[in-house]
Ligand binder design. Structure first.
Ligand code: DQA
Length: 147
């Protein structure tokens, strides 16, 4: 069995650390990935981390994960609210995907209350800053090991 997990991040998440710190905190994406890599390793998994600002590249990363990864921690950024292509990719690859957000999208602008993706994801975690990623990884590994 593969022991690889994809941590996929969408648009503008490369700016974490300096992007609207009052909303997203000051932890950088590199910090998050480093911490998740250690947490995953402690449970016997390796991580592949991909960030892209391009919708089609996120689709490609999901397709590539299909044959190599056991699941995906995915923060789709603003594409959460708009992307039918990412929804179809998640359905198509048949991998467990945890939709992950730093902020509580339901406590923010109304356009963030709708997710195109939640219905085809294993679950959704948000509102806990960088901790959301740790919770998502933990939930994903628990799911994979229960299967
Ligand atoms: C986000 C929430 C989205 O609404 C926003 O567009 C982002 C980040 C989050 O992690 O809280 O880019 O996914």
């Amino acid at each position: 069995m593969s022991r690889e997990i994809l941590v996929l991040n969408g648009p503008n998440l490369n700016l974490l650390g300096t992007r609207e710190p009052e909303v997203y905190g000051t932890t950088t994406l590199d910090d998050i990935v480093l911490e998740l890599t250690d947490l995953a390793a402690a449970r016997g998994y390796t991580l592949r981390a991909v960030q892209s600002n391009v919708e089609g590249e996120l689709v490609d990363a999901l397709h590539a994960a299909r044959t190599t990864c056991v699941g995906v921690v995915f923060n789709p950024g603003a594409y959460t609210h708009t992307s039918i292509a990412l929804r179809d990719a998640i359905s198509g690859v048949m991998l467990p995907v945890v939709e992950t957000h730093l902020s509580n999208v339901h406590a923010r602008e109304e356009f963030r209350h709708t997710s195109m993706l939640s219905a085809v994801c294993l679950g959704v975690i948000g509102g806990f800053g960088a901790t959301s990623y740790r919770l998502a990884l933990d939930a994903l590994i628990s799911h994979v090991e229960a299967a």
